[in-house]
Write a protein that binds this ligand. Sequence first.
Ligand code: PMP
Length: 406
Amino acid sequence: MNASGGWGRLEHRLDAIARRMRSLEWGDEYRRASFVPYDMEPDQPYVTVDGRRLLMMSSYSYLGLAGDQRVIEAATTAVEHYGTGNHGVRALAGTIPLHEELEAELAAFVGRESALVFTSGYAVNTGVIASMFGPDDTLLVDKTVHASLIDGAKLAGATVIRWRHNDPEHLDRKMHEVQSTGLRVVVVDSVYSMDGDIARLPEIREVADRWGALVMADEAHALGVIGKTGRGIEEHYGRDDLVDVKVGTLSKGIPSMGGWVAGPERLMLFLKYHARPFLFSAALGPAQAGAALEALRILDQEPERVTHIQRESARLRSTLVDAGIDVGQSETAVIPIICGSDGAAYDYAMAVKGAGVIGLPVLTPAVPNNLARLRISVTARHSPADVDLAANAFRLAAYQTHLIAA
Ligand code: PMP
């Protein structure tokens, strides 16, 4: 291969990544920490790693349904009935009745006329934004929204303006900077995945209305987690008029794969023919659709799961705060433990692991400089005793690594 050609330049780029890894003191050890295969116990919040059974405190399976027998049976039945794939895109023989049932029940659950399911939340966010908006439009995005929403805006060719995290006054100021006369779209995550705080949507909606802007909210970490019965941000605020376009995933509280968008019927019809990941990529598989539908029904019938998550996460948060640990602005099941430098977060994660608990470190550039953290989450699978065990481990490790004074 010619080292001065394309391959040479690629090697150069890989070298740069290797140099960056080496510049992090822990090098190989860090790499091992980020891609460790976990042997999971689907019905328990435990994983086995390097022969040790550890309490998992960084799972996204908020509702604790990943190992639920009913969900497993629904996925199995769907596979037995429809096979392992749909051999086609939704528009061309890829649609099965399960898709339509899931869409109808999702729409009803989140309080919208209609819904569509895609093969991932990423596909929804890129596909919906890129098809709905164009170069004349402006997306005003909270600085910490999920990357998929930004990627969608790039694909749309829209102007992107970032406003300070969860700060409606700053959003209002940024509205003055919009040059074009096209659509304005305010984009938020209902619950922020690295901070665990909730979008200040009533005030954000007010700003949006003043400027004639649409509001799009990503409910990925909100469905099943906030609102009395887990219906997300509108239920949390007791309103039904805060969001124009709701999007979400089926891979977190709902333990499957896939994503969804919900809104007016006319919008779903438009997306069916214009959202490219929906139109040009194979349909959601039967197992995923079957599992998602069953999990959604369980969520509807067992709101006590949501209550459990909210109660136990509040209890863990206050224990950590009482111990002097910085949990940022968290108010949901997602609780960051702010450590500072990347090295501090990594050392803390290792100390927590030594105490029998897995908490995954989130480092720059995923979070701002000196705000590296452990991102932990409480699920309906964690018993109060599990939460106490985790709290003790987090406290002990914080002393050991001098995150808090002894
Ligand atoms: N939005 C948010 C806020 C997310 O956290 C994620 C996943 N990390 C996604 C969208 C993408 O969802 P999926 O994994 O289903 O592609």
